[in-house]
Design a protein around this ligand. Structure first.
Ligand code: AMP
Length: 218
């Protein structure tokens, strides 16, 4: 099964992709995580992406497309069962190029799941989001707190806030979402791949809805 997770930042795409990748044994490819890894490792791509990401803007389509195609090819070579693309595609051009790439690799998409979350909920989620600096595991100060306040459960490291989760940058990322990414809902609806999941609830509630939805996707 090859899935796309769509939705605004803070809709829960990363959290649910992480859970489902384990239970359904799918590979989780999160464009933002891969870009952040490139920044940590100081690659040429990371250097190009760093300031753009800190401003909450989108990294150019060609760079992100090439990065994601290389990841998908690598998964394929390893014989992966399927994937969840999280935060990719984010523009119509990316979606069109992805379609061409998958066709050339004789692969197909099973569904594009739209995490339908309200602005109020996503702002609250993003501003309370904290990360483990070692593996990027996601916490939330209220909704998903670590066992010990401010410290990661697995590595005992102080949790960090993403630079782009500051209030001004959150507003910028939401504006970018409305302008560039939201039109993908229509794009995948036309291709008959769109599935909507109400995503304002807490993680266990949304997870239940997703499991139900997956019974209808093959
Ligand atoms: P995320 O972790 O999904 O919230 O992404 C963090 C940032 O990475 C975004 O605000 C963009 O700057 C960049 N990014 C992630 N995915 C993409 C994409 N598909 N296209 C362009 N930029 C992206």
């Amino acid at each position: 099964m090859n899935l796309i997770f769509l939705g605004p930042p803070g809709a829960g795409k990363g959290t649910h992709a992480e859970m489902l990748s384990k239970s359904m044994r799918l590979s989780h490819l999160a464009a933002g995580d891969i870009l952040r890894r490139n920044i940590r490792e100081g690659t040429a791509l990371g250097m190009q992406a760093r300031d753009i990401m800190a401003r909450g803007e989108l990294v150019p389509d060609t760079l992100v497309n090439n990065m994601m195609f290389a990841e998908i090819r690598e998964l394929r070579a390893k014989g992966a069962k399927g994937f969840i693309l999280d935060g990719y595609p984010r523009t119509i051009v990316q979606a069109q190029e992805l379609d061409k790439f998958l066709a050339s690799e004789k692969m197909t998409l099973s569904a594009a799941i739209n995490f339908d979350a309200s602005e109020e909920v996503v702002v609250a989620r993003l501003s309370g989001r904290r990360l483990c600096p070692v593996d990027g595991k996601i916490y939330h100060v209220k909704n998903m707190p670590p066992r010990k306040e401010g410290v990661c459960d697995c590595h005992g490291q102080p949790l960090v806030t993403r630079k782009d989760d500051q209030p001004d940058t959150i507003r910028k990322r939401l504006a970018v979402y409305h302008e560039s990414t939201k039109p993908l809902i229509e794009y995948y609806a036309k291709n008959d791949l769109l599935r909507n999941v109400p995503a304002d609830g807490d993680a266990p509630a949304v997870q239940k809805l997703l499991e139900k939805l997956f019974e209808t996707i093959r």
